[in-house]
Design a protein around this ligand. Structure first.
Ligand code: FVH
Length: 292
């Protein structure tokens, strides 16, 4: 049954994420129209109450809030450019993963066509949508965010970052950067213990607990980074860190495995030591990443 608290929504794109969003909307009582480039992917959703649209234009007419959850930036333009005139006066939410600059470009494109625009970053996998732990980041039109907040909260926690449409994507990509480095480290660690017959399933809970424990360092690192003083409060200096990373690379070589996941941070530390910053704190690595 539809809930009048929510305006009708259109979802463009019924991949794994699009379907999960539609299911959460339907569960929350949102009147939902759906469209997908390749037909035939909406059977279950229609059975659950969604309205299937044969064309993007029909889909857009069905919703006040139009949500694009497509593959990439190019597919958003491919889908929306031909119907820009029909989107005029509507509210567009882009949940496709686009870079900060691509999100800003979409905001300019939307403004040029009289379309209100909100960009979003989904910090969840499809199975998490609508459940504890699903977090959604938004930036762009505050009016869209405020008007549809109860609807957006059906997907996960909703946080607004500001009028710059690129800010949600910026934070999304920063978090994904941290995530991929963590997974890369887990893969190398798994290969390392695997050389002694330890299974990934045995190692995973140990790694998870250790990473949670170590994440407590982040606020301490952040304090030093924000102070810009890398020589006052030094918990671990770059020479010390280099010797640890060298040992890890040697252990990997001894076990016959590659250190590729570790090589990014290791070469960053090597460079700083070579440049004479060995006594500075490990956190100076953030400054070393910035291209002047
Ligand atoms: N799945 C996830 O875990 C992540 C979590 C974080 C956010 N991402 C982003 O969400 C976008 C959609 O992801 P998805 O999981 O739904 O992706 P797919 O299952 O591969 O579905 C892709 C849909 O895009 C349609 N599509 C592709 N190219 C075009 C095009 N040129 N024109 C129109 N539609 C297009 C595709 O349609 P079809 O192939 O079935 O015809 C799917 O509906 C994505 O940005 C993630 O990075 C998900």
């Amino acid at each position: 049954m539809t809930n009048t608290q929510h305006s009708p929504v259109t979802v463009l794109g019924l991949g794994a994420m699009g379907k999960a969003l539609v299911q959460a909307f339907l569960k929350g009582g949102v009147a939902t129209t759906v469209w997908n480039r390749t037909p035939g992917k909406d059977g279950e959703l229609v059975a659950a109450g969604a309205v299937s649209a044969a064309t993007v234009g029909d889909a857009v007419r069905g919703g006040e809030l139009v949500v694009a959850v497509l593959l990439d930036h190019a597919s958003v333009h491919e889908t929306l450019d031909p119907i820009a005139a029909e989107l005029k006066g509507k509210q567009l939410l882009n949940l496709t993963s686009t870079s900060p600059e691509q999100s800003r470009e979409l905001a300019r494109w939307a403004a040029g066509h009289g379309i209100e625009f909100l960009d979003g970053g989904i910090m969840a996998v499809p199975s998490m949508i609508g459940a504890e732990g699903s977090s959604m980041l938004y930036s762009g039109s505050r009016a869209i965010f405020d008007t549809h907040r109860p609807t957006l909260e059906l997907l996960g926690s909703a946080e607004f970052f500001g009028a710059d449409a690129g800010l949600a994507a910026l934070t999304d990509f920063a978090l994904l950067t941290a995530m991929y480095s963590m997974f890369g480290g887990f893969f190398q660690g798994t290969a390392l213990v695997g050389s002694a017959g330890v299974t990934a399933s045995e190692f995973a809970p140990r790694a998870a607990a250790y990473m949670v424990a170590m994440s407590q360092m982040l606020p301490l690192y952040a304090r030093v980074i924000d102070s810009g003083d890398y020589t006052g409060e030094v918990f671990q200096d770059l020479v010390f860190t280099k010797s640890g990373l060298d040992a890890l690379r040697q252990a990997a070589a001894d076990a016959g495995i590659s250190s590729e996941p570790l090589s990014g941070i290791a070469s960053l530390v090597d460079r700083q030591v070579a440049e004479g910053h060995g006594a500075a704190a490990f956190e100076r690595s953030v400054a070393a990443l910035r291209k002047s």
